[in-house]
Design a protein around this ligand. Structure first.
Ligand code: FAD
Length: 494
């Protein structure tokens, strides 16, 4: 098989690295990219699944952190999403501990009704560590609980790192502008990419990683796009790096603004910032002024604007082409999901790797899985907007009044009725993630599972009190985040 990857952003080089690692011997892999066009140049926060990808490639963690100027991420702080001044965290890892059949949320909800539940953060190892700027790799003692973590990193540096990896394993890179996409006259499959100077790159299978352009999947194959702007109306972002004050937080911050929200992502050498907003509700100038007025340090460049439409391709796999990354669709980075969706598409593709012509049964299955993953991730992002209590602000009032996707309405109704959360099939976000956002934004559950009443009130107090005391003590003994990063990067350089 000859695979041709169009585009060399994060998506293109992640795909090239994975194919070069796992495709059978004899496979030819070409990648075409254009320095004149460049890459999107943002994308700095990830979720813990990134470990699976890096581990599958056999990357060394310390080297990876050094090469990408990475830091550790224990979760996302949401500031002002419920109301101005209020914060909560969607922290990775577990919350509290289950008892018997029931997850912790039911015990917490019962304790809340009885009036003695502490805020959720007191039962989250990750949030306690994040808020005190601590980090611990692995278990501190064999009995200690373990932090779940992801990274903040420079996605451009990550792509460059993976390029070296892929080229060392035989991927052939072609620099040049794709001017047209040639289709096979009989069947309609893609036959070749035609570059400037009339070079032709032929292949059996094409992977569209050309970013928002979607040159192959849309430009050539006219696959169609499901527009989700009615759920997620933000359509622009301004991104700017700023100087860092030194010690950096082991978490991403997302702060609600008048007509959108602002991200803050600390890397080793700078802080990445951006303002995601709805251009129908606020001018670019006002959005830029808001962003620049809310930086930790001196801006290191002028704000750069990015425009997007939220939604996804009707098919991610069409004929002999799959779209990965921004070519497949876009969801704002509120829960840092884009790089994960790239990784997940790659692993799904590898598990169904074609050995010849694409088989319709495999194509349909791939597309059904992709659609499920994307729509459920979208629902989770929509929840954050809908569950705001910023009454009197037109943008936020409209978000509370929106008609929700049916899949989300069902989830909300279950939670409100009895604190029940169900993770369907391979939905990306777990029950614990949904619990934190629902509780964090004040979506009330009217009840809880009555099995939680089997504990006496005293035993319930003990469960909560002991859990909290153990976690607080554990975190107290952890090193500071900055020390762990510095030690790893020094170790990798040595
Ligand atoms: P691109 O980086 O745009 O790469 C496209 C490639 O195609 C380039 O190499 C380009 O040269 C090539 N190309 C295009 N046209 C041609 C042509 N005609 N000829 C030759 N080559 C061509 N994701 C996260 O996981 N976390 C985040 O925090 C995050 N934040 C984001 C913030 C914003 C505002 C945006 C817009 C995105 C964010 N993302 C984030 C998404 C993330 O940036 C992307 O998913 C990721 O970088 C992958 O991009 P890509 O490779 O698909 O596209």
């Amino acid at each position: 098989m000859r695979f041709v990857i169009a585009g060399g952003g994060t998506a293109g080089w992640m795909t090239a690295a994975a194919l070069s690692r796992f495709a059978p011997p004899g496979t030819r892999i070409d990648l075409v990219e254009s320095e004149d066009i460049g890459t999107i140049g943002v994308g700095e926060a990830t979720i813990p699944q990134i470990h699976l990808f890096n581990a599958a490639l056999g990357l060394d963690e310390a080297e990876f952190l050094r090469e990408t100027k990475g830091t550790f991420k224990l979760g996302i702080e949401f500031a002002g999403w419920q109301a101005e001044g209020h914060t909560y965290m969607h922290a990775f890892g577990s919350i509290g501990r289950p008892v018997g059949l029931l997850p912790f949320q039911h015990y917490w909800l019962r304790a809340k009704q009885l009036g003695f539940a502490a805020p959720l953060q007191r039962y989250s190892l990750n949030e306690l560590a994040a808020r005190t700027m601590r980090m611990q790799l692995g278990r501190r003692t064999p009995q200690s609980p373990e932090l779940a973590y992801a990274y903040h990193f420079d996605a451009g540096l990550y792509a460059a790192y993976l390029r070296r990896y892929a080229e060392a394993r035989g991927v052939v890179r072609h620099e040049g502008l794709i001017q047209s996409v040639e289709r096979d006259g009989e069947g309609g499959d893609i036959a070749a990419l035609v570059l400037d100077g009339e070079r032709r790159i032929e292949g059996d299978f094409f992977i569209d990683c050309t970013g928002f352009r979607g040159l192959l999947i849309e430009g050539a194959l006219e696959t169609g796009f499901d527009d989700w702007t009615h759920y997620l109306p933000c359509d622009r972002a301004l991104a700017v790096p700023c100087a860092s004050g030194g010690d950096f937080t082991p978490y991403t911050r997302s702060t609600a603004r008048k007509c959108g929200w602002q991200w803050r992502i600390p890397l080793q050498h700078r802080i990445g910032n951006g303002h995601v907003y709805s251009s129908a509700m606020i001018s670019d100038d006002e959005a830029a002024a808001t962003l620049l007025a809310n930086l930790d340090g001196k801006p290191l460049a002028d704000p750069r604007q990015l425009r997007f439409t939220t939604g996804m391709r009707r098919k991610h796999w069409n004929r002999n082409c799959i779209a990965i990354g921004l070519a497949a669709g876009f969801m704002e980075p509120l829960e840092s999901t884009s790089i994960h969706l790239v990784q997940s598409a790659i692993s799904r593709f590898l598990s169904m790797l074609p050995a010849g012509k694409s088989d319709p049964a495999m194509v349909d299955h791939f597309n059904a899985q992709a659609a499920f993953e994307w729509t459920r991730t979208r629902d989770f992002i929509v929840l954050h907007y809908w569950a705001n209590q910023r009454v009197g602000e037109p943008f936020w009032d409209a978000m509370r009044a929106m008609e929700l996707p049916g899949t989300l309405t069902a989830k909300l109704a279950q939670w409100q009725a009895s604190g029940f959360i169900h993770r369907e099939h391979e939905e990306l976000f777990t029950e614990v993630g949904w619990f934190q956002v629902l509780a964090g934004q004040g979506v009330e559950a009217r009840g809880y599972n009555p099995i939680a009443d089997a504990l006496t009130e005293e035993a319930l107090r003990d469960l909560l009190g002991l859990t909290e005391a153990e976690l607080v003590e554990e975190v107290r003994q952890m090193p500071r985040h900055i020390e762990v990063v510095e030690q790893m990067v020094r170790g990798a350089t040595a």
